[in-house]
Write a protein that binds this ligand. Sequence first.
Ligand SMILES: [Zn+2]
Ligand SMILES: [Zn+2]
Ligand SMILES: [Zn+2]
Length: 608
Amino acid sequence: MPSNPLKLTILGSGTSMGVPSLGCHCRVCTSSDPRDNRLRPSVLLSRNGQQVVIDTTPDFRQQALRIGLQRLDAVLFTHAHADHIFGFDDIRPFNMRQKSPLPIYANAETIEVLRNAFAYVFDGRPKVSTVPAVTVNHISGRIELLGTTITPIPLVHGDLNVLGFRFGRAAYLTDFSAVPDSSLPLLQNLDDLILDALRDTPHPMHQTVEQALRLIDQLKPRRAWFTHIAHELPHAETNERLRSLGYPHVQMSYDGLELDVEVEDRTPSPKIELQQSAPFAVFSSPQAWNTYYAPLHRGSVLAIGNFDGIHLGHQEILRDVAHRAAISGDVATALTFEPPPLKVLRPDAAPRRLSTNFQRIEWFRVMGLESAVVHEFTLELSKLSPEEFVKQILVTQLRVRAVLVGENFRFGYRQAGTAEHLKVLGSHLGFRVIAVPPVVYRGEVVSSTAVRREIAEGNVGRADRLLGRPFVLTGDVVSGKGIGHRFTVPTLNLVADQELLPANGVYITRTLLDGESKSRRSVTNIGMRPTFNGTALSVETYLLDAPEEFTAKRIEIRFWKRLRGERKFATADELKAQIARDVAATHRFFSRLRTFRSARQPVGYSSD
Ligand SMILES: [Zn+2]
Ligand SMILES: [Zn+2]
Ligand SMILES: [Zn+2]
């Protein structure tokens, strides 16, 4: 299975002072070739919508702005020289947007310098203003990030021990004067080697062009790229020199250069990641989308699917769409259908939906997309051949530049089109197709079907893990029969918008009342109310901390854990006693959760 490539972007290709160097009027510092403009050395690694930078240079803020960086998942440090760490304070906006500390990875020496240089980050004292929030990871071996493995490469940089990094078939080695013999085996079979080549005259801490070429002769990567370049080396002229020296596969890198790197997949650990929203628009047809965006000369990066539940697999696709669109400037768009095609084509076989159309749209927005097209699905639409579907809808109307679909994606009349088919059409019609491999959680492919099964069986805890967030029911509050109130405890009765309910039983939940921003602890019963000889299925929720006055017309119930099955009690008093035990269990559950969280997610100081 070919896996998603990792994208490497050169954020800065310059030496510690950058090029132009302040006050210098040499021909490179005054060159009009943009590739002679070099910010301080750093790269961005991105994959599946996640992003990692190597080093936070003094230019980090500018580099992040230049590529429209929307989120950050980790920072790897090579070493602690000022040109590699001084942008560290600028990770704060990502802390705030993502509402979580940022993992940083470095060797012990680098962490020591960071602690001194940025003492206010690590001293654990209360702050009146924001400081970077991080979790500190000492690098002691391979690192799992971006759904793949990153290998640290020990290097010598003058009298310092520093790190380079290898990921799949590429390695990034900035700042070094020598590669220890023990690191050479880690650098075999590379497609792309990005390496220090400061200038021609020797330097105690960096490689010269000559030394870089000797290392390239030894390691034989398919391509090599210079970085950490000083103002002595003009871009175009040096490339010309490399060609004439017999190194056509060796080039100067430059800010903005992007490389696709082949990497191996590792099962990602599921976690939810919300993005702050940009402006967001919903269209009822591809034509409507076209009317809006065509005059702006904007195309789309497109996700197509049903997205029922927006589980971890969907989230991965949507994140990737948002990310690619942020880089290319196209409109991050989801194309989905209403009703779901199966409800039209084979109503008997159509599964109960986990989510409403409204929830789907809300999630598109939250995942950072810019627009959604909710196209009415009709028999007529189902008769389009795969080619017609692609030409009419994707190419003509949605002006597609790239499409991301799940690997098992099917489209067109009789579901004849596959992801492979789409790739062929894309190569003829000029758009990229990325088939995103499924997310695997504990050995199982995450799918809407799997989530539905867990919900139907009442395993809401497991369903929550596949969804990356609690399963929710939304709906109107109706006044119940009043029996609950008279005999036991006051409850809210919900008419759920969703088609699929968790199995009958009692659940630990949190309930959000319309108009409030914080959910309240609750216990929710789904069932027939057998103690009162009920005959209709009801969803009743009991708030552990109810407001004085109760005015909400709509509520949202978030399911955390199943407590027990539904039982018939002999008397209302017995039921009331059981409810008291359920309430106590719920309080215990959330208290434990709180302790666990504060122990695991230190904000503002290190965890090592
Ligand atoms: Zn440096
Ligand atoms: Zn200069
Ligand atoms: Zn250095």
